[in-house]
Design a protein around this ligand. Sequence first.
Ligand SMILES: [Zn+2]
Length: 264
Amino acid sequence: MKIHVLGTGHADVLDDYNTCFVMENDGGEFLLVDAGNGNRISKQLSLQNLNLNDIEYAFVSHNHADHMLGFAWILRYVLVGFMNGTRTKPFTLYGMKQCIDAVRMLMLVTMGEKTCGQYFDNLIHFKEVRDGEILNLMGLDFIFFDTCATDMPQMAFYVKEKGFYFCGDVPLDPKYYDKFKNSKWLCLEAFCLERERAGKELPLKKHKTVKEASMVAETLQAENLILWHSQDNHNKIKKEYEKEAREVYNGNIIIPKDLDTLEL
Ligand SMILES: [Zn+2]
C-alpha cells in the first residue's frame, strides 16, 4: 500500500497544503482522505501524478474548512468528468452524516440541483459511516472510530491488517491507547514544537506539540510515527521536529512533506 501525501499543514497554512492524502492499494485502487480547503487539491493531485478519474473512494473526517471544503471542488471535477465523458468510475464519499450532508448541500448550492440530480445516488454516492463500523474498501477492512474531538465531531479510521492508524487532526483519546498499542504506522497531529507553545494556547487546547504527540507514540510503542497537520514551512523545520520527537520516542520518525509518497 502507498500513501500519497497531498498536504501536511494545519488549517492556517498558506505555503503548504492542508493535511490530506490518497491511499493506493496493491491493485491500483485509490481512496482520498480529506481534501484540504479548496481547489488547490486539484494541483496537489496532478503534482502527485494522480488522476481523479481513477479515484473511486473518499473519506471526509470532519466539517472543518481545512478538511471539507476541498470536496466541493473534488465533487465538481467528478461531476464535470461524468458530463464530458472522461469519467466512467462511480465515486463514493464516506463520512459522518453531518459531513456527507454538508458536502452534498455545498454541491447542490454551487452546481445546481438539476446537474447534481443526474448523478447523485447513481454514479456519485454519499455513504454514512458510524463509530465502530467496519467497511471493506479496496479489499482492506477500514475500521472507523469517533475521535472524541471536543469542538466538532470527527471520525478517523485504522486498517488493522496494514497496521495503519489515522487519528484525524485531534490528539488520540487515551481510551484508544490499548487498542492502538504496537501500531506499525501511527499518524498523529503535531501543531508546533514544545518551545513554540507561547501564544498558541488556543489551538493547543485541541492539538498537541511534537513532544506531546511523540510521547503518545512512545507509550503505544508505535513502530513508525507519522507527524503532520503542522505549521507552515514544514520542510524547513523538519530537523527540529525530528530532534524534539527523538528526545521522547524511540521508533522511526516520519515528518512527511507535501507530495511525499510513503510505502507501507
Ligand atoms: Zn485540521
